[in-house]
Design a protein around this ligand. Structure first.
Ligand SMILES: CC(C)(COP(=O)(O)OP(=O)(O)OC[C@H]1O[C@@H](n2cnc3c(N)ncnc32)[C@H](O)[C@@H]1OP(=O)(O)O)[C@@H](O)C(=O)NCCC(=O)NCCS
Length: 179
């Protein structure tokens, strides 16, 4: 039985190990990483999948603004433990993420990934007028309209709009001031 729930602090090291195993160090060079670095994921949209007591999958979504289309989400990275693939865990994470995003009133989701995998969830090529802050294979730049027409013929740059991550120093200062 697979359970998808909010990511908790104890998941972070497992999540990072999962992502290293799935994508390697090159993951930090990806163009979509430019929209994630230094930011916090969108509220209630950092998810972990658990199977037989172990955390085995992760997906997070991020607040962005996509040119003329305005506010939306960027999805990724999505990864499932290699030994647990093909059990529907990735699909369960995707469905929960998209369901939550819709329920929270988000209008569209962008991602850079394998079109043959994401097509099953309704993802199609992103509008040609949208740009990412770095090189991208257009065949892998995908979009899903939660509200039909939310992207339309959108054009312009996709930029990060999520809350900034708190630095360790900032957290330490806050704790000192609160003491
Ligand atoms: C992609 C990934 C998250 C799928 O997780 P999963 O739990 O195995 O997915 P599901 O069990 O829900 O779906 C399995 C199906 O997806 C297909 N699939 C898996 N990866 C695929 C890919 N990259 N392209 C196309 N199809 C893919 C499988 O062949 C299988 O097909 P079937 O349903 O016809 O048998 C997992 O394979 C993974 O972590 N891969 C490495 C990281 C990665 O590539 N992440 C995202 C893609 S950019």
């Amino acid at each position: 039985m697979v359970k998808v729930r909010d990511e908790i602090a104890a998941d972070v090291s497992v999540r990072e190990a999962l992502l290293d195993a799935a994508f390697g160090e090159a993951r930090f060079e990806k163009t979509s990483e430019r929209l994630r670095e230094g930011r916090r994921p969108a509220a209630k949209l950092a998810l972990s999948a658990c199977h037989e007591g172990a955390m085995v999958g992760t997906v997070r979504l991020w607040n962005v603004a996509a040119g003329t289309a305005g506010d939306g989400l960027l999805l990724g990275p999505l990864a499932v433990d290699e030994d647990r693939r093909g059990l529907g865990i990735g699909s369960k994470l995707m469905r929960e993420a998209l369901w939550r995003a819709a329920r929270m009133g988000h209008r569209f989701v962008l991602l850079v990934g394998d079109a043959p995998y994401y097509a099953r969830f309704g993802f199609e090529p992103a509008p040609i007028g949208l740009d990412l802050p770095g090189p991208v294979d257009r065949a892998r730049f995908l979009a899903f309209e939660i509200i039909p027409g939310a992207l339309g013929h959108a054009c312009g740059m996709v930029v990060a709009t999520g809350a900034m991550e708190r630095s360790r120093r900032g957290v330490a200062t806050e704790q000192r001031l609160a003491a």
